[in-house]
Ligand binder design. Structure first.
Ligand SMILES: NC(=O)C1=CN([C@@H]2O[C@H](COP(=O)(O)OP(=O)(O)OC[C@H]3O[C@@H](n4cnc5c(N)ncnc54)[C@H](OP(=O)(O)O)[C@@H]3O)[C@@H](O)[C@H]2O)C=CC1
Ligand SMILES: N[C@@H](CC=O)C(=O)O
Ligand code: NA
Length: 432
């Protein structure tokens, strides 16, 4: 029996996917039953790493998603449109879908899964989070017996690569970003990586799976890495931390309310923490649940081959289902997505966390005392105060707080900004 896939997109991940499918030797035998039926691209003239028969390539992507010969559509275009419309058309034509597109699923997952469930087809997305790391399927299946309390991790390869190169080699931000683009890690528009949107898409998906409810993408608080400077990386290092872009979804269950913290931001991570050692393009996702405790998923979070590994594994899962139970069976609830209600998201000002802040201060006597008083007035207690450097004619003071309510910390900063001794507050970062 042969199963035909329609590949939408033949870029970094599409090429990696084709490479695996065209070279099945030594891999799972089911791969030999999968062929590439058609490939949709934007330009027919572009030079390609793999030469496919010219009849396979087309710019008419609609004709692929409605082609009766195609069993599974693999969407590797990126972006919102035409990806969303093509996925919906594929579903309407009764095709199963595999996608790596977290942007589309995080925003239109409700619509896509409602249609897929109506039609009795699967939409699988292992490649959409953590690239090659198996994390979606374990969350859906292997960890289903647990009550998940937190999912936290490094889920963007590009920014982890940039931060690692900046901290280990003192590299320049723009140069490393260009290298990440060259290596095929970055999104077509890399602001999605740098400004944290890609990580926000991914944590919205993980939270939905882990906490069993829908998540509105706009509810994810999001800060990127643009404001992370070499100065802060160096101070963090001296204080025993590395700076990572973390995506965090945490159950903040209290007596009568069940809300989620949902956020993406650069974070000072203690060097001894398991997430601190995921470097370069590697991602790491730490999941905590009861009764399991902690489990960490670690591996390459972006790149052609690793991401294609996840794409093809989803294709194989669907082929496995088609082979064993045919097309008319009900969807497996452990592989499909059936959430109806929306998760309640806690406001950021209620978040309790530690903060790192760097102040530039004028040479006024007792400046540390003024800072301490302003923090104390707002219920913020300090774990450490380090007057480390002189920058020009200004003193540079770094503080790390104890756990504090974010709203209180922000109020303290507003008061501090108006102090005569304070020139500016160049950085404010959260601390794990
Ligand atoms: N790169 C990575 O490491 C990872 C990527 N992903 C996701 O995988 C998906 C693909 O990413 P990637 O392979 O890097 O992207 P690329 O930009 O390398 O490839 C995109 C492909 O889609 C085609 N395409 C894009 N828009 C259209 C359109 N409107 N009509 C026809 N064809 C179109 C392009 O055609 P043409 O070749 O003619 O330009 C190209 O072949 C994205 O959703 C991304 O977020 C997920 C995990 C990791
Ligand atoms: N641009 C993304 C690609 C994988 O999802 C990243 O850098 O992680
Ligand atoms: Na994955």
């Amino acid at each position: 029996m042969t199963f035909k896939i329609g590949l939408l997109g033949f870029g970094v991940v599409g090429t990696g996917t084709a490479k695996i499918l065209l070279d099945p030797f030594g891999r799972h035998p089911v791969l030999k039953e999968i062929t590439i039926g058609r490939v949709g691209v934007r330009s027919l003239d572009k030079p390609r790493e793999i030469e496919l028969s010219p009849q396979l390539l087309t710019t008419d992507l609609e004709s692929i998603v409605t082609d009766p010969e195609i069993d599974i559509i693999v969407e590797l275009l990126g972006g919102l449109e035409p990806a969303r419309s093509l996925i919906l058309k594929a579903i309407a034509s009764g095709k199963h879908v595999v996608t790596a597109n977290k942007a589309v699923i995080a925003r239109f997952g409700d619509e896509i899964y409602a249609k897929a469930n109506e039609k009795g087809v699967y939409v699988l997305l292992e490649a959409a989070v953590g690239g090659g790391i198996p994390v979606i399927k374990p969350l859906k299946q292997s960890l289903g017996a647990n009550r998940i309390s937190s999912i936290m991790g490094i889920v963007n390869g590009t920014t982890n690569y940039i931060l690692t190169e900046m901290s280990q080699k003192g590299a320049d931000f723009s140069e490393v970003l260009a290298k990440a683009q060259e290596l095929g890690y970055a999104e077509a528009d890399p602001t999605a990586d740098v400004d944290g949107f890609d990580a926000a898409d991914k944590i919205a998906i993980l939270a939905s799976l882990g906490f069993g409810g829908r998540v509105k993408r706009e509810d994810v608080y999001c800060e990127g890495i643009r404001q992370v400077s070499a100065v802060d990386i160096a101070y963090a290092d001296r204080l025993g931390f590395v700076i990572k872009l973390l995506a965090i979804a945490k159950d903040t269950v209290k007596e009568d309310s069940d809300t989620l913290e949902l956020r993406v931001h650069p974070t000072l991570v203690p060097k001894t923490h398991p997430l601190a050692n995921a470097n370069g393009v590697y991602n790491a996702i730490l999941v905590e649940g009861e009764p399991l405790g902690q489990v960490m998923f670690y591996g390459p979070g972006a790149g052609s081959g690793p991401t294609a590994s996840a794409v093809v594994s989803d294709v194989m899962n669907i082929v496995g289902i088609l082979k064993s139970s045919g097309k008319t069976k009900e969807l497996d609830p452990l592989l499909s997505c059936i959430h109806q209600h929306y998760c309640q998201i806690a406001p950021m000002e209620d978040l309790s966390t530690r903060f790192y802040a760097r102040f530039l201060c004028r040479d006024v006597p007792g400046v540390i005392g003024h800072l301490g008083m302003a923090f104390g007035d707002h219920g913020v207690s300090l774990e450490s105060v380090v007057q480390i450097g002189i920058r020009g004619d200004l003193a540079e003071i770094v503080v790390v707080t104890h756990d504090v309510r974010e709203g209180n910390f922000r109020n303290a900063l507003a008061a501090i900004e108006s102090l005569e001794a304070i020139d500016s507050i160049p950085s404010i970062l959260r601390v794990l």
